[in-house]
Write a protein that binds this ligand. Structure first.
Ligand code: NAD
Length: 477
């Protein structure tokens, strides 16, 4: 049984309640985590506040950066162990889990080395005055994260918070809390002072809701579904504190007739099957210019049919989905599309020998999908790709922008002017040209437009989100 990490100490829930930890590859329970609640959230927020008043709050930016760099190195030193934990908890292939841990380390390295490079400004003002703009931490930051990239998400949201001198309270998803707990332990051993990072495990409606509404927090970062994101923003607004939301997506791959298909095809397939499609940035809509539609979709179908699904140890193209609810959700979309007569162009295969009670689903390519069909508009969060034809550039842009989301987009064309025009017209937080950036990309500012959320994570912009400014005006005559 895993306890929570609060104020540098392991702590069980006050009422000793626990939640089973289930392996998606087999459906078997292999551990338990603590089911915390409002009481433990309160302890964690107080521990974070104490850390700000203690050694952590007194560290210089250089010292903080050094601690973060040490955490990054410690993550690399424990990479195999962390990858095993992550693969078992999420079901993802070992190669993906290992990559996730490398990215986790990169977040600590990147923000560790940036910690002392965020400088203030001197602002020219009326005579006799000196004006400086100081950058300061927000205080106690709350971080509520989802189950698809648990370890990466810790790095993405917590590392910049710590770099700027905040103290963090982290609530991992109830399905996948193990890596966050181990990372907190590794960080403490690497020199992170008590209370700078606290991990409270439990259910979303208990721990997550209590954290978002806690009067002692100064900021909330939430990554997850639109429904819960709205609740979190409402709770933050009542305080009111700043809130960054990273929500869903329905990202288009826009393929023009002149695209380099040898390059595009494997990247497009990977962008929807990686992590079993449970990636907010999954390229889940394949928009193809009408005159090459059959050719492009034919080639994607050929590659798609070769996709293999298996256990983490089999280390194939993708693993199971996260839990029975997710399995039911993905199957519901697949069945609804089939029942409405949308052609199945290709299916991947589930490897022989996977445990029968695991949460496996066949990756499926549908097309042509009618523009008003759910598959063309809603986030499945599974390995399901919807192909749709478009006529010309204007139609491609209109179609790309026709969902409520705006997270990522990719443009595949050799025409440089068209690359520029389409990239500018597409509503998305990131646009990739002749490449696709799902996952990783620690250096690249990331976040949504429209219903995909607001605020930016990753890159140096995250440091602005996780800090505030103080304008200091001194009269010197
Ligand atoms: P979710 O919204 O159900 O859960 C996310 C987190 O919120 C979990 O830790 C959960 O315990 C917590 N939570 C649940 N109810 C809560 C409540 N009432 N108050 C506070 N917290 C609560 O999402 P999920 O099912 O874990 O993840 C899937 C969704 O996340 C997808 O829609 C996906 O697109 C999105 N996502 C977005 C990004 C991004 O960066 N934009 C990244 C990963 C996932």
């Amino acid at each position: 049984m895993k306890k929570m990490f609060i104020g540098g100490r392991w702590m069980a829930a006050q009422d000793e309640r626990t939640i089973p930890v289930v392996a998606p590859e087999s459906g078997e329970t292999f551990d338990r985590i603590s089911r915390g609640g409002a009481h433990e959230v309160d302890l964690a927020v107080k521990a974070a506040r104490s850390a700000l008043a203690g050694p952590w709050g007194r560290m210089t930016a250089t010292e903080r950066g050094r601690v973060l760099m040490k955490i990054g190195q410690a993550v690399l030193d424990h990479a195999d162990e962390l990858a095993q934990i992550e693969a078992r908890d999420t079901g993802k292939p070992m190669t993906t889990a290992r990559n996730d841990i490398t990215v986790l380390a990169r977040y600590f390295e990147f923000y560790g080395s940036a910690a002392d490079k965020v400088h203030g400004e001197v602002i020219p003002f009326v005579g006799g005055h000196h004006v400086s703009l100081l950058r300061e931490p927000l205080g106690v930051t709350a971080h509520i994260i989802p189950w698809n990239y648990p370890a990466q998400m810790v790095g993405r949201t917590v590392a910049p918070a710590l770099a700027m001198g905040n103290a963090a309270v982290l609530k991992p998803a109830e399905d996948t809390s193990l890596s966050a707990l181990r990372i907190a332990e590794i960080a403490a051993a690497a020199g992170l002072p008590d209370g700078a990072l606290n991990v409270v495990t439990g259910l979303g409606e208990e721990v997550g809701a209590a954290l978002a509404a806690h009067p002692g927090i100064d900021f909330v970062s939430f990554t997850g579904s639109n429904e819960v994101g709205t609740l979190v923003q409402q709770a933050a607004a009542r305080r009111p504190v700043k809130c960054v939301l990273e929500l869903g997506g329905k990202s288009p791959q826009i393929v023009f007739a002149d695209a380099d298909l040898d390059r595009a095809v494997p990247i497009i397939v990977r962008a929807i099957v990686q992590n079993a499609g449970q990636t907010c940035t999954a390229g889940s809509r394949l928009l193809v210019q009408q005159e090459v539609y059959d050719q492009v979709v034919g080639r994607i179908a050929e590659a798609f049919a070769k996709v293999r699904v298996g256990t983490p140890e089999m280390d194939l193209d993708c693993g199971p989905v996260m839990n029975p609810a997710q399995l039911a959700r993905v199957k519901r979309y697949i069945d609804a599309a089939r029942n409405s007569g949308i052609p199945v162009l290709a299916e991947g295969r589930i490897a022989e020998g996977v445990p029968a009670a695991g949460f496996y689903v066949k990756p499926t390519l549908f097309g042509p999908v009618p523009r008003d069909n759910a598959l063309a508009r809603e986030e499945v969060f599974g390995p399901v790709l919807a192909a749709l034809p478009f006529t010309d550039e204007a139609d491609a842009i209109a179609l790309a922008n026709s969902t409520e989301y705006g997270l990522l987009a990719a443009v595949w064309t050799e025409n440089g002017a068209r690359q520029q025009r389409v990239a500018k017209a597409v509503q998305a937080g990131q646009v990739f040209v002749n490449c696709y950036g799902a996952g990783g990309g620690v250096e690249l500012p990331f976040g949504g437009t429209k219903r995909s959320g607001h605020g930016r994570e990753k890159g140096l912009l995250a440091l602005e989100e996780l800090s505030t400014t103080k304008t200091l005006v001194q009269y010197h005559g």
